[in-house]
Design a protein around this ligand. Structure first.
Ligand code: FRU
Length: 490
């Protein structure tokens, strides 16, 4: 126990260069390293943090445990980009080196104020009995990228009625005042979110709990995020402790979703909203964070992974990556997520195919690979099922398809290669009532993000196929399906 704890909270600063080099070289020899997704140089990445546009650049930090693929002592790692596509590793943004964050610089957000970028995060500390004490802390980044922590937390207590699971501040400005939502657990062990306000980001007032229609919905809400799109309020959070419902809903170990409705009433803290909807229909998505960029777009990045699940790349000393950025909008009262157009910068060689498949599975010239973007429109269909097999070989394939009888989109990872979280099932499904289906795939060495019908739904998943599994095949069962496909190698 003693040894485990010590090992878990081992500091990067105490590790020799040789040890670190050995770890990085083990990581680099892994065939599942991604090519255009943000991933850690070693160890574990989890939540995106402090996503913002500051001083002409996008800044995106993430939770990082450098020393191995497990949830040890967390740092904030800093990346930046001019175009949301090519990211530069800046280095460590926040170190857990003070009394208040002794056991991790946990998740948080950032906001520009007085020409500087304020990072608002949770200091996770544990006392000598390993009892957790969360502090909400501020660090300030200046225009030269230098980051300095404030000496004392700006919120140093958990109010009566809540447990020590109290973290992940997401900040925004409304008029002259700053607001923040924090993820919390009530003492009756149900999850919720609370609201704070501040005139200056330094003095915070506890406003109270956000009143939603979800009084008993899991035991903890992590990473809350509140934004407004047009006249509507969108509240995103990652609840833990939700049981699966039917075949399609809440199949992952933990969920991540949103409620859409009226704007949050900042006076009485009431949020009038519709039902909870999962943000992503795939196997690996959690703890997303949004930001508004200089063009006024609302962008979202998620963690392409889940807590408490082992992944095959663990054996190579690393795990997880972030999703590509998505732009959010609301269409017909529903949240739509589209990949940012900047991703087109990655497009190289183009291949096209158009055909009708009739009770068959067919391959086409130019359609193969491990890292690419693919858009496929299906139309004129009378098949009972049609879709695409990709990262396919003799034994392996990942399948995205539409079942016209169930009227569902189905992602099948049962033969995707190395197994991941099989106890949680190998298929993910979601209803989609549409005659025409478009699949828009972003494939990287060990992941796929599939946007369906121009962002109506997204399926995000890690997959761990052999590098030789490169084929792309189009198929129809029980009839025919016409399609047009275009693919770009990245
Ligand atoms: C979500 C989370 C957050 C916490 C962070 C720690 O994945 O558990 O609630 O701040 O990760 O790394």
């Amino acid at each position: 126990m003693e040894w485990q704890i010590e090992n878990k909270y081992r500091r990067l600063e105490d590790v020799s260069q040789e040890e670190m080099d050995a770890l990085v070289s083990k990581v680099n020899s892994c065939s599942w390293r991604q090519t255009y997704h943000i991933q850690p140089i070693s160890g574990l990445l989890n939540d995106p943090n402090g996503f913002s546009f500051y001083n002409g650049e996008y800044h995106l930090f993430y939770q990082w445990h450098p020393l191995g693929p497990f949830h040890g002592l967390k740092y904030w790692f800093h990346t930046k980009s001019k175009d949301l596509v090519h990211w530069e590793n800046v280095g460590i943004g926040l170190r857990p080196d003070s009394y208040f964050d002794s056991h991790g610089a946990y998740s948080g957000s950032s906001i520009k104020h007085n020409g500087q970028l304020y990072l608002f995060y949770t200091g996770n500390s544990r006392d000598e009995h390993l009892v957790r004490h969360p502090y909400q802390c501020i660090a300030i980044m200046n225009e030269y990228g230098e980051i300095k922590k404030l000496e004392h937390p700006v919120i140093d207590k958990v109010p009566e009625g809540y447990t020590e699971h109290y973290r992940d501040p997401k900040v925004w400005k409304e008029g002259e005042r700053f607001y923040a939502v924090i993820g919390a657990q009530r003492t009756d062990e149900t999850g919720c979110s609370v609201l704070y306000s501040s005139p200056d980001l330094l003095n915070w007032n506890f406003e109270g709990e956000i009143k939603t229609g979800l009084r008993e919905f899991g035991y903890m809400w992590e990473c809350p995020d509140y934004i407004e799109i047009g006249e509507q309020g969108l509240f995103i959070f990652s609840p833990q402790g939700i049981e699966p419902e039917g075949e399609d809903r809440y199949r992952n170990i933990y969920q991540s979703g949103y409620v859409l409705g009226e704007k949050l009433n900042l006076d009485n803290k009431e949020l009038m909203h519709g039902e909870f909807v999962e943000l992503d229909r795939g196997f690996d998505f959690y703890a997303p964070q949004t930001m508004k960029d200089a063009k006024g777009r609302r962008l979202l990045v998620g963690w392409m992974g889940l807590p408490d699940i082992d992944y095959p790349s663990d054996q190579s000393g690393w795990s997880h990556c972030l999703t590509v950025p998505r732009e959010l909008s609301i269409v017909h009262n529903k949240l739509v997520q589209r990949p940012v157009p900047e991703l087109q910068l990655l497009r190289k060689t183009e291949s096209q195919a158009a055909d009708t498949v009739v009770d068959e599975t067919k391959a086409f010239e130019g359609f193969s690979g491990t890292v690419y973007e693919l858009i496929c429109d299906f139309e004129n269909v009378d098949a009972s099922e049609f879709g695409i097999e990709f990262r396919a070989g003799e034994m392996e394939k990942t399948v995205i398809k539409y079942d016209t009888i169930q009227r569902k989109v189905i992602l099948d990872r049962s033969r995707s290669g190395e197994k991941v979280a099989e106890d949680y099932g190998t298929e993910r499904k979601c209803e989609m009532d549409s005659e025409n289906i478009q699949f828009h795939l972003f494939v990287d060495s060990s992941s796929v993000e599939i946007f369906v019908n121009d962002g109506e739904e997204v399926f995000t998943s890690r997959i761990f196929p052999d590098i030789s599994s490169r084929e792309i095949r189009f198929f129809a069962k029980g009839g025919h399906a016409g399609f047009k496909a275009v693919k770009w190698d990245y």
